[in-house]
Write a protein that binds this ligand. Sequence first.
Ligand SMILES: [Mn+2]
Length: 317
Amino acid sequence: MITVQQAARLLQENDRFEVLLHAYPDGDTIGSGYALCRALRLLGKQANVRCAHPVPPAYAYITDPYTHQDFEPAFFVSTDVASLSLLGPGGTDYAGKIELAIDHHGTHERFAAHSLVQADAASCAEVVLAVLDALAVPVDAYLANCLYTGISTDTGCFKYTNTTAACHLAAARMMQAGADIEQINQAMFDTKSRARIAIERAILEGMEFFADGKIAFITITNRMRQETHAEEGDLEGITSLPRQVEGVLIGCTLRENEQGEYRVSVRSRGPISSAAICAQFGGGGHTGAAGCRFTCDLATAKQQLLAACTAALSQAQ
Ligand SMILES: [Mn+2]
């Protein structure tokens, strides 16, 4: 583990950067990665951003001003990536090649030569902000938009339990630096596409409750996505749906991928650890939010997941 100052020095001493985002990119990996790329360019360096999946159109205010540079990358740095596999298809090709990982996941696997991981930060964007300060890069309106996006999306617009006073202070700084918070909040939290409404309707139709309503499951199949024309961006934040229901302490989202496997997101309240539930299936994450993957059929996956959730529930009571 290295310090912010050491990470800044590494970036200062190198050039030709490729900034790696995690697959199915969210606001934090996007905001963190594009901000870091911009900051490196402001320092006169060459830098690009790379992601296995396209960035959803809602983030056009971040991706539109970005242009790809033509060069052979020499220094790979990841933002908000907890493990190599989260880089998505082709991710393992980066094994042993990543020089620096900037992250905030407590479960961060040390895949990079140097790791800057602040597990007490609610967002990777706050860690990137510290690095930018160490690099003496002034935060312009674009950087402010990127970093505000990371902070606000990873805290559910400052509502999740990971929200700290430091998040608000960092967000306030981004407002002063010119972040268009009205536009960002509107786009991130107050706008739903027609496809999103259609798939939410289908998801709610199939919502299942267990343990006297303390556990809720939702399932998203490829067929549901096809029928509703829901794209990746239409599903962002969908994992908070089950736990919005009164009385639900553990909310699970089972989501089919192209290979027919199920990616699972667990969200929990109070002392119940989502990370502990997911660890039983080779996954991980935070106390309130974690993920894992099932390669078996849906019924078996549900059965195993429910057993783990029920056990976690009774332990907490
Ligand atoms: Mn994050």
